[in-house]
Design a protein around this ligand. Structure first.
Ligand code: CO
Length: 415
């Protein structure tokens, strides 16, 4: 997990990490602009920050449903803007956009690197990453912020999150020039970019028994990793249907994009898998009617310093088992039928189950679950690993829960 999360500072890198793992396990990469292979297969297709992998059962691939597990590759962060070279007071800075619901305070006073991709004149999109501490967002000194004692820290994202980039006056092209040079790319060939910042502190196992994982991007690369390991380990002789892994981008901003769960990538790919298996449209819709989706994403552990923010009848513990998430208002997709399916998988995996329900007086977060259920018309369960500090630049989760989640996803492919 630590290797995968370290290798994946951006959604593009997360897809690259998954690509390498799938290739090593014998999955065949398919180009979406070409035909998929006929007959049962283990394959995958990737597009930007999204990836879909599949493993057909050894028998009856054309008539069984899909067992789909989804997770998201993106995490809230700070992203490089379209006019990156800014500055003030003799300090060079980088113009940013805030991506998703960041806990802004968590980005202060950290050594930041940068990653993502450059888009070149020839259409190629080399991945880049800079793991040197070129950037920081320094907090205002307490002596200059007297209100902080009474009112707490107030951060205006338009003013207070702009990272520094060394000393001097802003110089047009300086940032992209430096990034291109670090990536061994001619700066003149750069036409555009998708770049974002990451904390350089390495993930760590914390606690006296190393029982928790502290890291960036636990939401949701823990689920990406567990689901990926589950499909790689899936025994095609035991699959209850075609096992499908979908890693979507843009969940943190609502999933409405070509590579987000609101997009058509998964839907189109499932249809093409059926077509490649010789199944007509009605046959494909029958397969969908026999399908299940597992939406894997982070869950809120009960915070020891804020117990009152949680429902007492739903205590959630890190390393306390996989969390099934329910919300009557469908912010999580789980209904009774889907919960019963999840419990079957959890039992089969020999893992403990916990159930999370948000307080009625607080707005509940959401996942790719309701969106995927809406697009496909397939019963969906939302579940995942309990964590603290969701959307912080450094979150924490139970270290043992990761293998449990992989086991539950594996069971969901077979029960
Ligand atoms: Co998430």
């Amino acid at each position: 997990m630590i290797d995968a999360i370290t290798a994946s500072p951006s959604p593009y890198h997360a897809v690259e990490t998954a690509r390498a793992r799938l290739r090593a396990a014998g999955f065949v990469e398919c180009d979406l602009t070409e035909d998929l292979p006929d007959g049962p297969s283990r394959g995958f297709a990737a597009s930007d920050g999204a990836l879909v992998a599949w493993a057909d059962p050894a028998e009856d691939a054309a008539t069984t449903g899909f067992r789909i597990v989804g997770a998201h590759t993106d995490s809230p962060n700070l992203r490089v803007g379209s006019v990156p070279d800014v500055g003030a007071a003799g300090v060079r800075q980088v113009g940013i956009e805030v991506y998703g619901g960041v806990l802004a305070n968590s980005w202060l006073d950290r050594d930041l690197g940068l990653s993502g991709r450059l888009v070149l004149a020839d259409g190629s999109m080399p991945l880049v990453r800079i793991d040197e501490p070129w950037f920081r967002v320094p907090q205002l000194a307490i002596h200059l912020d007297r209100e902080i004692r009474g009112d707490g820290l107030k951060l205006d994202p338009a003013l207070h999150l702009t990272p520094t980039f060394g000393a001097g006056e802003p110089e047009e092209g300086a940032l992209i020039g430096a990034v291109a040079a670090a990536a061994d790319v001619d700066p003149g060939a750069v036409r555009s970019w998708d770049l974002m910042f990451h904390d350089l502190q390495a993930p760590a196992l914390v606690g006296p028994a190393a029982e928790q994982l502290a890291s960036a991007r636990i939401d949701n690369q823990v689920s990406c990793f567990a689901a990926l390991e589950a499909i790689v380990a899936a025994d095609v002789a035991r699959l209850a249907g075609t096992a499908v892994l979908v890693l979507s981008d843009h969940e943190e901003v609502g999933s409405s994009s070509a590579t987000g769960a609101g997009g058509a990538m998964l839907e189109h790919l499932l249809e093409r898998l059926s077509a490649a298996a010789g199944v007509d449209r009605v046959g494909h819709l029958r397969r969908l009617a026999a399908s299940v989706v597992v939406s894997a994403d982070g869950a809120h552990a009960t915070h020891p310093n804020y117990e009152a923010k949680h429902r007492p009848e739903h205590p959630i513990r890190m390393n306390g088992g996989v969390v099934i998430k329910r919300n009557a208002n469908q912010r999580y997709a789980t209904d009774g039928r889907a919960e019963a399916f999840a419990r079957r998988a959890i039992e089969s995996a020999g893992v403990e189950a916990q159930v999370y329900v948000h307080r009625n007086d607080l707005p509940c977060g959401s996942t790719i679950g309701p969106i995927t259920a809406t697009r496909l018309g397939v019963p969906t369960v939302d579940l995942g690993v309990a964590q603290l500090a969701m959307h912080s630049a450094r979150e924490v989760c139970g270290a043992h829960d990761i293998a449990d989640l992989a086991a539950v996803v594996g069971a969901a492919f077979t029960v």
